[in-house]
Write a protein that binds this ligand. Sequence first.
Ligand SMILES: *[C@@H]1O[C@H](CO)[C@@H](O)[C@H](O)[C@H]1NC(C)=O
Length: 519
Amino acid sequence: MYRQLLLLTTLVVVGEAYKVLVVFPFPSRSHSILGDGVVNALAKAGHQVTYITPFPKAKTASNIRELDVSTNKAFIPDDTRDHLESHLNNTRLDLKLATFVTTLSKMFANTIETKAVQKLINDPNEKFDVIIIEWLFFELYAGLSAVFNCPFIWVSPVDPHWKMLALVDDVANPAYTPDILSDILPPFSFVQRVKELGLQIFGLGLQYFVIYPILLEDYNRILVPVIQKRGLPVPPLQDLIYNASLVLSNSHPSVGKTTSLPQNYIPVGGYHIGREVKPLPENLKKLLDNSKDGLIFFSLGSNIKSKYLPDQLKQSLLKMFGGLKQTVLWKFEEDLPGTPPNVHIVQWAPQHSILAHPNCIIFLTHGGLLSTTEAIHFGKPIIAIPVFADQFTNAKRAVQKGFGIYLKLTYNLADDIKAAVQEMLSNPRYSLKAKELSVIYHHRPLTPDKELVHWVEHVVKTGGAPHLRSLALMVPWYQKLYLDLLAVIVILIYAIVFAIKKVISYFRKNKTKSKRKTK
Ligand SMILES: *[C@@H]1O[C@H](CO)[C@@H](O)[C@H](O)[C@H]1NC(C)=O
């Protein structure tokens, strides 16, 4: 009854229900957590949501419709084991960029070619007020805004990325904005600054010469016929890509870096965390309540499978955990033989509810952005063991901000964790800093999920929010760098030098002539 009343009030509060298409087709759990967060926030606000997802749920609210693109999973090979082994054996992992680009682009095309999505885009009765798309290096889905003739919004899964910023404003200055995949933080040394510039130039080259041609081909092959069938004008892909109304970014200065952002770049980091913490299951509640010396929560996320960890490492971790006074709650997919009494292994863990408990004192994590954000949300210090992607830069930042310790994944991990735990227990500065950042994180005019809904509604209400569009998009790059002015100056200097030379040589000639005459 109470719930129904609540639902009724939310429906009354909301003026209009919009039709929203949410596109999060990347087959990774953490990305779909972000997609679910968008969908749930909008559905709660009373909007009609269609959700393209590789992880459809058994049951959803009545205003959520899911389109299954789980076939995308076949395109993304799980290379976590290779990453783990390269750290442990101290070998370089050969990141096969070309394979990465082609498989990823095929996945992006596959989403559209999936039966459910084909049915959607080819049905002339399907209409949307706005489309929300997760950005991940390929901008093919910007074409959906031409299919449905409505505005679209990017969601950035990471801290402000220069490539993402370039889509709505301009590339970020590499002198103080590191690429999310590099693990260095400003202030940069000279060499680091040059390296960041190099990375950006390389990325721009990759976009221009490799990614864009693939996008164009896919756009012409799979989206243009649909747009034409609907009798709509076919905009050039280049215009579509740079036509997003907003970026909703899974970032916040309390967790990430302070980047200069355009007006339509809205940081809503933490929106995936519910406003209310769900109660813990009885067994876990008891465990946490009874952990008088505190509980250490250990989870390497959903990608790093326990079966990839070598036995030697697992055994040394168990032995070390067994020697601690604290309780250890380890999220792991398998039961381990010889688990000490203070170590508890669970296959599934309600991470938010565990971190929210006052007896949870340290979060031992891979340093993914979601986990890092959750640590700040609940004000808990972290010990980060990064394995891939942006985890390194997140871990470095946790150290720089003062609420974390960065550990390299080696066979020495057990000893390193022990030392880090002892440092954290004896030095209160980590947990004090985590609490301080948590205050900053929570001190916003609206909770991030409400803010997200507000901005989505703003885009619909204002016909795509053209008033927020950055003027930087109107200016070609050579003009921004004043290369045209430079060209004018160079030509001018050259002309002046040329003229002066001419005049001098003219006078010299005259002089010799007049000298001859006087002779
Ligand atoms: C760009 O977005 C605006 C606002 O949503 C829309 O009116 C315009 O048609 C779009 N342009 C292209 C090329 O899609």
